[in-house]
Design a protein around this ligand. Structure first.
Ligand code: NAD
Length: 509
């Protein structure tokens, strides 16, 4: 009886919170135009794109959709601002101060930005606030702090010469980002690029432009000069391609699919050989050895590693590689953990798995589910669209057992809450399966044996290997991939290498 009363009270509280967030969103004045030269402008063609919220399939905004001519305007503004020295010519300390002001403004507006993110692309509001916004602020503070503490080099040449090696900004950086962590991933690029003095033109994904547009306004308020940060929402093949092909863009920093990553290399080759860095997809293995510590904890981490952010995470642990000796026990625990996830409205505080970003993506993920069944994998849990009556795009957490390494579900990036379970007999086989895809973004190894962990960490071809943990992350460590997961690194001081070039100056004494 008391339990029922408590449950009812919790439900009433959750619904009240959801209603409060809905009301707050309805009261926001959304930034929906392009942001060029420090002000909002319409696309020259007048075109807009519809923002449909994945939580209920409703239209929330018409956002200006930029095209090649708008990209031209934005790049021209960025070039002018860069060449004027209004930003690159400021001392590193002055740039630090502006970026720190921006970090504080983002902190002050964290709830608003988290709400925009959640309604725009479907992730739980609580995660948007606790993860995306926290990490965004961290990135701004980190690169602000780094920039006036970095020194250049003097080469060890003969005594009658002096050779200095200095880092210089590239000029105009084009940043193209996906929709799964829209603001956070944009800021992983914008913060280091601006810190070292570049001007940036950002193209957010057409599914999630709202936070980037609001962020650009906050940047102006913080003191980023007009033209130093421009945002041009629009579609990939138009606005994205125009930025990639632009002859006056010095570098492209891209996060997204391998297919589009390839296009950016082509755009560069066919235009001005601009520098390109690519953060692409993944098919990360979670390798569980028979002596893994605390299978209950491992199971929770495996469920979290694939269901967090609806599985729309490039480094999601989408393949569970488990030793036959512990498979049955672990799988039972993973299934239990998956049943504890709550699929629901992103604005409901009880929700742990929100909506997939758009109807087309839900169809794509369901296509992988059907394909896996056809290929002979055993559907253990989930596999269905749920909450269809809400108009939103929700999928149950899904687990496939008896997956062979060659199946599509084990090879291709699904980008949804779908886990594939594969079994191995010995560690050599585990490494072969772990390395047996085109990707190499991240991996985890679970074992009590430190030597085995080190050996596997070395043998697995991935940019990040976690041991007895998953998804540990900090702005101080680089993130990026091996193989077809791309090249170049976001985060850490290494990211600064992507946004600077080295100049050697010889002086005859
Ligand atoms: P996507 O490649 O379709 O789109 C990414 C961006 O590229 C968007 O802004 C889009 O408008 C633009 N784009 C699309 N077609 C284009 C074209 N023809 N020319 C120029 N630009 C174009 O990817 P997505 O579906 O938005 O995001 C999911 C993908 O991103 C997954 O593969 C995921 O793994 C990857 N991702 C990687 C990382 C990482 O850090 N490695 C992080 C997040 C997401």
């Amino acid at each position: 009886m008391t339990a029922t009363v408590d449950t009812q009270a919790a439900e009433a509280q959750a619904l009240a919170r959801r209603a409060e967030l809905e009301k707050r969103f309805a009261g926001l004045s959304l930034a929906t135009q392009l942001y060029i030269d420090g002000r909002r402008v319409d696309a020259l063609s007048g075109a807009t794109l519809e923002r449909i919220s994945p939580r209920d399939g409703r239209l929330i905004a018409h956002v200006s959709a930029g095209d090649a001519e708008d990209v031209d305007r934005a790049v021209a503004s960025a070039r002018r601002a860069f060449e004027s020295g209004c930003w690159s010519g400021r001392s590193p300390r002055q740039r630090r101060q502006v970026l720190q002001r921006l970090a504080r403004l983002v902190e002050e507006h964290a709830e608003e930005l988290a709400l925009l993110e959640s309604v725009d692309m479907g992730k739980p509001y609580t995660d948007a606030l606790a993860v995306d916004l926290r990490v965004t602020v961290q990135a701004l503070d980190f690169y602000a702090e780094a920039v006036d503490k970095s020194y250049d080099e003097v080469a060890p040449t003969d005594r009658d010469t002096l050779a200095t090696i200095t880092r210089e900004p590239l000029g105009v950086v084009g940043a193209v980002v996906p929709w799964n962590f829209p603001l956070m991933m944009a800021v992983w690029k914008i913060a280091p690029a601006l810190a070292v003095g570049n001007a940036v033109v950002l193209k957010p994904a057409e599914q999630s432009p709202l936070t980037a547009l609001r962020f650009a306004e906050l940047a102006t308020e913080a003191g980023v000069p007009d033209g130093i940060l421009n945002v041009v929402p629009g579609f990939g093949p138009t606005a994205g391609a125009a930025l990639g092909r632009h002859p006056d863009v010095d570098a492209i920093t891209f996060t997204g699919s391998g297919e589009v990553g390839r296009l950016f290399m082509r755009y560069s080759a066919e235009s001005n050989i601009k520098q390109v860095s690519l953060e692409l997809g993944g098919k990360s293995p979670q390798v569980v050895l028979p002596d893994a510590p605390d299978l209950n904890g491992v199971a929770k981490a495996i469920a979290g590693g694939i269901f967090f952010n609806q599985g729309e995470v490039c480094s999601a642990g989408s393949r569970l590689l488990v030793h036959r000796a512990v498979k049955d026990e672990l799988l039972e625990l993973v299934v239990e953990a998956s049943r504890r996830t709550v699929v629901g409205d992103p604005l409901d505080p009880r929700t742990s798995v929100g909506a997939l970003v758009e109807a087309k993506h839900l169809e794509r993920v369901l296509g992988y589910v059907r394909g896996a069944v056809d290929d002979g994998a055993r559907l253990l849990v989930g596999g269905n669209r749920v909450l269809e009556e809400t108009g939103g795009y929700y999928l149950e957490p899904t687990i496939f057992d008896q997956v062979d390494p060659g199946m599509r579900i084990a090879q291709q990036e699904v980008f949804g809450p779908v886990l594939s379970v594969l079994t191995f007999e010995d560690t050599d086989q585990a490494v072969r399966i772990a390395n047996g895809t085109d990707y190499g973004l991240a991996a985890a190894v679970w074992t009590k044996d430190l030597s085995a962990a080190h050996r596997m960490a070395r043998a697995i071809r991935a940019g990040t290997v976690w041991v007895n943990c998953f998804d540990e992350s900090d702005i101080t460590v680089p993130f990026g991939g091996y193989a077809q997961s791309g090249f170049g690194r976001d985060k850490s001081l290494h990211a600064l290498e992507k946004y600077t070039q080295l100049k050697t100056t010889w002086i005859k004494l």
